[in-house]
Ligand binder design. Sequence first.
Ligand code: PMP
Length: 368
Amino acid sequence: MEENFGKMEKSAERFWNRKTASLIPYVPGEQPRGEKLIKLNTNENPYPPAPEVIEAIRKFDYNRLRLYPDPAVTDFRQAVAEYFGIEKSMVFAGNGSDEVLAFAFQAFFEPDGRQVNFPDISYSFYPVYARFYELNWKAIPVDSDYRIVVDDYCRAGHDVVIANPNAPTGIALTLEEIERIVAADCDRLVIIDEAYVDFGAESAAALLSKYDNLLVIQTLSKSRSLAGIRVGFAIGSAALIAGLERVRDSINSYTVDMLAQTAATAAVRSGRYFEKTRQKIMMVREETAERLTGLGLKVLPSSANFIFAAHPQIAGSELALMLRQKGVLVRHFKHERIDQYLRISIGTQEEMNILIDRLAEILDYNRV
Ligand code: PMP
């Protein structure tokens, strides 16, 4: 039986429906297994989760795992509501912010009619969702400095998705700029994806009391060191949250598991550790940016836990490969406008020292 696997005459791909066959899925960054690499490719936090999180998992009663988790994710949503000073009815929790974004694209954007706009250089999952849900969408070019042109998003009638800070550039808009976009047309929805906001940008959460056409999405994967637990959330008016719940409850009522709920609730309440680790990451980022500039790289101004940098002579793909051969993993995106660039996550001080040393060796060897 086993030897027949893969040798059928016709591929079972014939069961893919038209849509499945036409998909262009998102490609996640590499998660190496076994190899000892300095991992600066997926914007994870180099520090462990807060001590309160580890304690909460340690005290977790495993007998409870035979039960389904709380479908309303009550404790976590309450903790998020207290953190932002809003009502629990204004918080939606999901399996990572990727899932929350996917639900939001599905819940609020139109296959025909209103168009959804996002920058051409941004999180590469946005066009994947837009195609998956067969939306009417358009990618709006960022300018030659990779900045989002605010006026492009102030036109009435178009829904908007913006990552702030943007990824993979790290460049942030100010709260005033975000407000101009939100206020331009209260009859279209603006989603601000704040996956990296805790590393130096201002949260649009401050605008929620004034606007009901704003949905802010955050994650515990970055500033809260919990990428492995998969929790993200959206905050916005109760009716937007109810829309997300309608979509979720038409697919899977239990998207946030019991252990994740426990860990995520403790993480949101871990104020001091959160503050200390995010400050450290921002400090190491600034130092690293200076050292990369010293090595001749062009570095974009980052408000995130990564740096977007390019060497003027060496192609991004080549540089990424040479770094990998020297044990350092960074991310390169095959996109014509950013082909020269590397996205480098901020690790510990020691990891960044090694990155700089290896890069200096490569540049010295290539005499550039
Ligand atoms: N938004 C942006 C801009 C991101 O870079 C990421 C991380 N890949 C996410 C959302 C999703 O993060 P998660 O699903 O881990 O919450």
